[in-house]
Write a protein that binds this ligand. Structure first.
Ligand code: HEC
Length: 111
């Protein structure tokens, strides 16, 4: 328990000493693309839709590194496309969801 508390306060110190003008979001760390070269053709096409549409308001990295399962993706997709000016139609949303579901399975993330 004590170790956890120390680690927690070290983390808090790190967060609070960050530059005030640093607007980077910790959720946007990590790779900002997925290597789909080994994915089936249709998934590669859907990846293009995803990469174009889901990098409009935040870096693609946010979803690349999110580690959601398919149920969570379904919920998140609804939340993202409901945003004003998301520019994502129903058909594109279905393709993106199908891709993210496939991606979560590749990562071994279970529902
Ligand atoms: C219209 C702007 C917009 C578009 C387009 C958009 N997002 Fe977001 N997204 C946001 C905002 C704002 C947040 C931060 C607030 C939040 O979490 O709801 C966010 C947060 C997220 C998060 C972080 C959730 C968390 O709790 O860590 C993920 C994952 C995400 N978006 C995925 C996507 C995916 C996938 C797409 C493409 C289908 C997408 N976003 C398209 C605005 C957008």
């Amino acid at each position: 328990m004590k170790t956890i508390a120390i680690a927690g306060s070290a983390l808090a110190a790190m967060l609070f000493t960050a530059e005030p003008q640093d607007k980077s979001d910790p959720r946007d760390g990590g790779p900002d693309r997925i290597d789909v070269s080994a994915y089936p053709g249709p998934q590669q096409k859907q990846y293009d839709v995803y990469a174009a549409k889901c990098s409009k308001c935040h870096p693609l990295a946010r979803s690349v590194n999110a580690r959601f399962n398919s149920t969570e993706w379904k919920r998140y997709m609804k939340r993202m496309i409901r945003r004003p000016n998301s520019g994502i139609n129903e058909e594109q949303a279905a393709q993106i969801y199908d891709f993210l579901k496939y991606y979560s399975i590749q990562l071994g993330i279970k529902d």
